[in-house]
Design a protein around this ligand. Structure first.
Ligand SMILES: [Zn+2]
Length: 507
């Protein structure tokens, strides 16, 4: 297997990473400076998709199980192991790049008596993602957004939306849990169970689960862990696990995990399910959001550096992170409130309205340029739309030519209340009292009641399909947070320090 990994690396990087034995810095330079392309990760996908290994379940000695879309990186005989996931969401290929990094470390002898179980999380969704990419590789990432889960029904098919009872079962009687999950006709339940069986192996001492998000160019950058993991980290139980992780991923969206789910029913993530499956024998199970789905030159080096720091701090890897010695362990908590519906905003919702997120424009603002013609033709970007509001009547105008833009600019300058229909960004700050949504045709304004930072803002149905929580919202749905999401909100941030080693947390 090592030979095949070396040859895959050679095909992609044009280099033999065994040449970097004794030169970790050289390996880092080579890997991080190479601009990985989607076709490179497609090679990795093709390679891993046809691998599998047997997965004996000690609690079910009669049951034969294999783990498809999974491989071992490094020395199979190593006494210690790490589970590294890719594609827990189908449209998030970043983890494949991290697998290449693991192979490079292994080639250069920089894994210390440690192997990597490299596994595709949602391998079914990943196959649809890569098929969609192959069909139209030049189309933007948003055109592949519907391959995030197997069939788009998140509650049923998202590896990060298990019922909490599953965790209780996994903790209390793993054999029964496995038996039930393997008997299910739901491919995600079977997959989740197999991942739990793998993570229970005694040699596994770390799980790394990198994710990405849709916002170009940089996405969200956060660390996602359970509350139990957080409390162990602050007590120093995992040593200085995060010492030397990249400066741009130092935010914990605390409280977020308990607030996921579409319907108001609680759901748990794969990471939480795996943690339950480990029982008392807790290991670090670390997820990150590290950038935009397909901006690989940005997200892959960041995810690989993060993984490298985890490996080093656990004693599994020999390559010291950059800025390790200078790290003082400073991190941030962003305290996340759950899903905020339109009803949370100040203002009146008028029957019959369609409600749009907006940016209010001032008289001297310049209307932005049109979205590119090609994107509009492919239906992956909204043409610019503005809302004019006068005497209780609002109209929405699509700006599809330079002449229309000039006319709109004139109406704005002449004093008509004008709003740009607007897609809010992740982590965008909004001041109390800002008009953030407007109803058409009533012109009703909805304002934020507090200063806030937006998290998971409502998305455009034009781009992402007409699912609940997407804009525009029909007034009749506005009082149901599950149907009409404004965003999740962040109202408080705090800085804190994590311990740099196994000792108590610094003040
Ligand atoms: Zn994800």
């Amino acid at each position: 297997m090592a030979q095949e990994h070396a040859s895959l690396l050679r095909k992609i990087f044009g280099t033999d990473f065994s040449e970097y034995r004794g030169d970790g810095e050289g390996l880092r330079m080579k890997f991080m400076s190479y601009a990985l392309a989607m076709r490179d990760l497609y090679r990795v996908y093709r390679f891993i998709a046809e691998q599998e290994f047997p997965l004996p379940i000690p609690e079910l000695p009669e049951t034969k199980v294999i783990m498809p879309a999974a491989m071992v990186i490094g020395d199979e005989q190593a006494s210690r192991a790490v589970l590294q996931l890719a594609h827990v969401h189908g449209n998030e290929p970043v983890g494949l790049g991290v697998m290449l990094y693991g192979m490079a470390l292994s080639e250069a002898g920089l894994l210390k008596d440690t192997k990597i179980y490299a596994v595709l999380g949602n391998h079914s969704a990943a196959s649809y993602f890569w098929e969609a990419w192959k069909d139209n590789p030049e189309w933007p990432a948003a055109s592949r957004a519907n391959t995030r889960t197997m069939i788009g029904e998140e509650d049923r098919m998202d590896l990060n939306r298990f019922l909490p009872e599953r965790a209780t079962k996994a903790r209390e009687n793993f054999g029964v849990f496995m038996d039930e999950m393997l008997a299910s006709d739901n491919v995600m339940l079977r997959r989740g169970a197999k991942l739990c069986a793998l993570v229970r192996r005694p040699e596994v001492g770390l799980v790394f689960d990198p994710h990405t998000s849709r916002q170009e160019p940089d996405g969200i950058r956060t660390i996602n862990i359970s509350e139990r993991q957080m409390s162990l980290l602050t007590k120093g139980a995992f040593g200085g696990l995060f010492r030397g992780v990249p400066e741009e991923i130092r935010v914990f969206p605390s409280g977020l995990l308990g607030k996921l789910g579409q319907s108001g029913e609680p759901r748990i993530t794969l990471k939480e399910l795996m943690e339950a499956a480990r029982g008392e024998n807790t290991i670090p199970i670390i997820g990150i959001e590290c950038g935009h789905h397909e901006n690989l030159g940005d997200c892959v080096p960041r995810a690989a550096s993060f993984f490298n720091a985890l490996l080093y701090n656990r004693g599994y890897g020999a390559l010291k992170p950059r800025r390790y010695d200078a790290d003082r362990g400073a991190f941030h908590n962003y305290i996340v409130e759950g899903r905020l519906g339109l009803g949370w905003l100040e203002g009146t919702i008028h029957a019959g309205d369609m409600i749009y997120p907006v940016q209010a424009l001032r008289q001297d603002d310049i209307l932005p340029l049109l979205a590119s013609k090609q994107d509009v033709a492919h239906h992956f970007a909204d043409p610019l739309q503005v809302i004019f509001s006068k005497a209780g009547r609002a109209e929405i105008v699509r700006i599809e030519s330079e002449a229309a833009r000039k006319e709109a600019q004139g109406r704005l300058a002449a004093g008509e209340a004008t709003y740009l229909v607007y897609q809010f960004h992740e982590m965008e700050e909004v001041a109390k009292g800002a008009v953030v949504m407007v109803g058409v045709p009533s012109g009703a304004e909805l304002k934020t009641p507090r200063d806030m930072m937006m998290f998971f803002p409502t998305k455009s149905a034009y781009v992402y399909g007409n699912k609940p929580g997407m804009w525009p919202v029909e007034a009749k749905d506005a009082d149901t947070a599950a149907k009409a999401k404004f965003c999740y909100g962040i109202f408080a941030k705090e800085e804190f320090n994590l311990p740099l080693d196994g000792s108590e947390a610094a003040a």
